[in-house]
Design a protein around this ligand. Structure first.
Ligand code: ZN
Length: 588
């Protein structure tokens, strides 16, 4: 697909697949290659491999493989042109205007960039309101009371939406039509009168950026007693709340470096934690975590400390999030902050009252999620059998998600002790749950590793990589019909054609010509440990194939002889047999 000389080809040459994939998958260097947990299927041990030399990836578990574009297309669920754009952007390569985009796509893209631009203008507007107006002064006082100084207000882009009801509207109206204004979510339309008005009024505004740092929405906190206390942008063409984590754009580096994330509920919490110098914090923005948000986070780390509000809603959100995180195989701990005085403490309040060091200390001590859950279960009424049953039912779904049997068993003992439940009873309930889960697990992929003989594997590898003699080798194989009838015939055929063309062989393009089974086998072979190929080795592989070819022919001839044909044909067959036997003997 990436035609020679095309923009896509140029981007591919400049892009480093390890760097691009590394933004989605945590990669470790293993020998010449890199490996990590496959983002396309659930696994606990890495079978996903990236080769910086070949600039391709392959998963030995699910068989996905290809070049940097295939990866991005699968990961972002997008088409080729979009993947080129994504890779170019990630690598800082200027994007040419693509003429081959459809008119609708162009229109949508255009609309998206106008909406982003509008958000940037709204951001400037809100910041000015906070800084320079009388009304903004009250908001500033509130924020200062929360300990935010001018520098920090700037750092987090905090602004103010005035109470008038049409201040932003008037500011934007000269430049944008009504439809765009409404589509942006910054302006709402009065249902009955059809009149337009500002969505955010008399509220402190927090810009919400997407992963690449573009403002795509706003969160807004009521300054007075207005309800709701927190109001966010609606879903728009540039914002989907289940895909965005607040503060992600600034947390990326710290997440990678520290290899864990602190997950909080709201932007004030994230700001409070970040202000304390702990940058690896993200907020789910009110709602409990969505699967897409977890996937986004999982690209940077798979260890999370959940620090939600201690109120009932926060607890429920914590528990829902736990389920999802465990399903996605995260290592999860839970920080439930102690009350400050008689007030239940969210991270913002806690850090203000008790300080950063105390928060850091508790963060370090945050217990694994199972401890948190046992503590929760112990708060239930355990005096009756029914109560215990309820507590157990509360715990079971979580316990059964513990991947390790040993750990599960340890926790069973602990739960039995802490909840005063008969241990054998608990264990049988646990194993029943485990059995039920087993039934849900889908059977593995139909594809099972196909055996190709070592000689075939070796030759395939050489055809793909031995720049020095690939063409020569392809001629040999083709002239002698050496791969005909082999299980790997189609792979050979595709590679021979590519090699004879004299152009560099692109594994992905050869793969695209093959059926799924063959494509997988090709990638598997390309990732095998192998020595530098030599012409001598190639020749000895060819001899081995010739030998096998002679054996196959001999078997055919023998069958024909046994059918006892007429004399002239029989003579020919016997001569052929003699010759084949001579050849085989000579090869020995
Ligand atoms: Zn996989």
């Amino acid at each position: 697909m990436a035609e020679a000389g095309s923009f896509a080809e140029k981007v591919k040459q400049q892009a480093d697949i390890v760097r691009v994939v590394g933004e989605y998958v945590r990669l470790k260097k293993t020998g010449k290659d890199f490996s990590g947990l496959c983002p396309f299927h659930q696994e606990k041990t890495p079978s996903f491999t990236v080769s910086p030399i070949k600039q391709i990836f392959y998963c030995f578990g699910c068989g996905k493989g290809g070049d940097v574009y295939n990866f991005v297309m699968d990961m972002e669920k997008c088409e080729f042109p979009e993947a080129v754009k994504v890779v170019a952007e990630k690598c800082g390569i200027a994007i040419q205007r693509q003429k081959d985009r459809s008119p609708e796509e162009r229109k949508e893209n255009q609309q998206r960039s106008v909406l982003v631009e509008m958000h940037r203008e709204a951001q400037t507007f809100f910041v000015k309101q906070l800084e320079g107006t009388l009304e903004g002064k009250a908001a500033r006082a509130y924020l200062e009371d929360r300990g935010l100084d001018k520098e920090e207000l700037g750092r987090f882009g905090i602004g103010y939406a005035p109470s008038g009801g049409d201040a932003l509207l008037r500011h934007l109206k000269p430049k944008y039509n009504e439809k765009l204004l409404v589509d942006s979510g910054l302006v709402s339309r009065d249902q009955s009168a059809g009149r337009l008005f500002d969505r955010f009024r008399r509220r402190i505004t927090f810009p919400i950026s997407n992963e690449s740092g573009k403002i795509v929405a706003f969160g807004a906190r009521a300054l007075g007693e207005d309800m709701p206390k927190y109001l966010n942008s609606p879903e728009t063409p540039i914002y989907s709340k289940s895909h965005v984590l607040y503060h992600m754009d600034r947390a990326k580096e710290a997440l990678r470096r520290q290899d864990f994330a602190i997950l909080v509920e709201g932007y004030m919490d994230a700001i409070a934690v970040a202000r304390a110098g702990i940058s690896n914090v993200v907020a789910s923005c009110g709602t409990s975590l969505a699967e897409q948000q977890i996937k986004l986070l999982g690209r940077f780390t798979r260890r999370v400390i959940v620090n939600y509000d201690p109120d009932t809603a926060g607890q429920a959100a914590t528990e829902r999030s736990l389920s999802l995180l465990l399903e996605q195989d995260f290592e999860v701990r839970v920080l439930a902050l102690p009350s400050v005085g008689d007030k239940k403490a969210d991270p913002d309040l806690f850090i203000r009252e008790r300080g950063k060091d105390e928060y850091l200390k508790l963060l370090k001590e945050a217990p694994p999620y199972v401890d948190y859950l046992i503590a929760r279960a112990r708060q239930m009424d355990l005096t009756t059998g029914e109560g215990k049953q309820r507590a157990l039912n509360f715990l079971l779904p979580y316990i059964q998600k513990i991947p390790s049997g040993i750990l599960r068993s340890e926790w069973a003992t602990r739960i039995a002790q802490q909840l005063r439940i008969d241990e054998p009873l608990l264990r049988s309930a646990l194993s029943k749950a485990a059995r039920e889960r087993r039934r849900e697990i889908k059977s593995g992929p139909e594809w099972i590793g196909r055996a190709a003989k070592p000689v075939e594997r070796r030759l395939i590898r050489m055809l793909a990589e031995a720049e020095g003699f690939r063409q020569e080798l392809a001629k040999h194989l083709q002239n002698a019909h050496l791969y005909h009838g082999l299980e790997t015939e189609k792979i050979f055929a595709a590679l021979v054609i590519a090699s004879l063309s004299g152009q560099p062989v692109q594994a992905t393009e050869v793969g695209a010509m093959l059926e799924e089974r063959d494509r997988r086998l090709l990638f598997e072979i390309l990732f095998e440990e192998a020595n530098e190929p030599t012409w001598e080795e190639a020749m000895s592989c060819i001899e081995a194939l010739q030998h096998r070819q002679a054996e196959r022919e001999l078997a055919d001839v023998q069958r024909s002889i046994e059918a006892n044909p007429a004399a002239p044909e029989m003579r020919g067959l016997l001569e052929k047999k003699q010759e084949l036997m001579r050849r085989l003997a000579a090869a020995r």
